[in-house]
Design a protein around this ligand. Structure first.
Ligand SMILES: [Mn+2]
Length: 331
């Protein structure tokens, strides 16, 4: 049973809570790190006891932004007895929840889900689902409700800006809207370190990453449907050759998405644990990738979606995706 509540009701739950635990999704991206770390600091600044948990150390690229103390270990007993509110951020379904090993997060707990994915499965005891550019944008709005008129701190502003900037691809993706700019403006006024975010996440890449991209473009890019579909199957050897940590490759798929004429981009690779990771992007709203990802058992947004297959074969899955696209969109 889903239980949708308003952000104001969520604010009441937070206000009433004595001790709060915050979680986000696996393979955390800028919005996961920004919204979870931002909310944690925001609540600590307001005098709340609030603890932040990741399942493992966050990706190196985001380490400069993990400015709130966090932990990667926790037991179910500790979670149940130490916290009267559990907040899960930016996570559309239970499969994507990243909690320390052995911890199960579900509606048995006083679980508040806050997310901007329209396909969120509303698995919390309470669910706030708002279609915004980033979950960080919802946290910015929450901050206004929790403390009307209170100016957000510089540190929190930077974290929420990180979420907004990364989930919108520097305000280039389809989810960029007036509200995103409005929120960004308010965060800038609060002193968000915008330049540092842009410099670290978008303008700076290690040389090995650039060589990796170059090799993928030269040898592993396949084009289908008259150049409208770009498919990149990344061999594990290439990942190893360039010493790439895939969790640190924010925006890699956009390299291929930028190719003139490409409307759908698909990138695939095997995670270290053998799972097949598939990321998809659409640049034409008439040919969204959300339905494609869902057909494979994944999800996400309409223009940016993905899935993780426990024992997927890369070649066979790629062929299936191309067939799906041809069938669905007559490309
Ligand atoms: Mn997000």
């Amino acid at each position: 049973m889903s239980n949708i509540i308003s952000l104001a009701q969520a604010a009441d739950l937070i206000t009433a809570a004595q001790s709060i635990a915050v979680f986000t999704h696996e393979n955390p991206d800028g919005d996961a790190i920004g919204s979870s770390t931002g909310l944690t600091l925001l609540l600590r600044e307001a005098g709340k006891k609030c603890d932040l948990f990741f399942s493992s150390e966050p990706p190196a690229i985001y380490r400069p932004f993990t400015t709130a103390e966090y932990s990667t270990s926790l037991s179910q007993e500790e979670l149940v007895s130490n916290y009267d509110l559990v907040i899960q951020l930016d996570t559309a379904n239970t499969k994507r929840i990243a909690a320390p090993h052995g911890v199960i997060i579900d509606a048995e707990l006083p679980l508040l889900v806050i997310d901007h994915h329209v396909d969120n499965q509303q698995y919390g005891r309470w669910n706030v689902i708002k279609e915004k550019t980033a979950t960080a944008g919802i946290i910015a709005e929450l901050s206004d409700i929790l403390a009307p008129g209170h100016k957000i701190s510089q540190q929190v502003a930077t974290l929420l800006m990180l979420g907004l900037v990364t989930d919108s691809g520097c305000f280039r993706f389809d989810n960029t809207n007036p509200e995103a700019f409005h929120t960004a403006g308010k965060l800038l006024e609060a002193g968000a370190a915008y330049k540092e975010i842009i410099e670290r996440i978008f303008f700076s890449k290690p040389l090995n990453r650039l060589k990796f991209e170059s090799e993928l473009l030269s040898n592993h890019l396949e084009l289908y449907c008259n150049g409208k579909v770009a498919l990149v199957k990344i061999p594990s050897e290439i990942i190893a050759k360039y010493d790439i940590i895939m969790a640190d490759t924010e925006g890699l798929i956009d390299v291929f998405r930028a190719i003139d004429g490409v409307e759908i981009t698909i990138m695939m690779y095997y995670r270290a644990n053998g799972m097949l990771k598939i990321s998809t992007r659409a640049s034409n709203p008439e040919h969204p990738v959300g339905p494609i990802a869902r057909a494979l058992g994944g999800g996400g947004h309409e223009m940016a979606a993905g899935c993780l297959l426990p024992d997927g074969d890369m070649d066979a899955t790629a062929a299936k995706i191309i067939d799906l696209i041809r069938e669905k969109y007559q490309l």
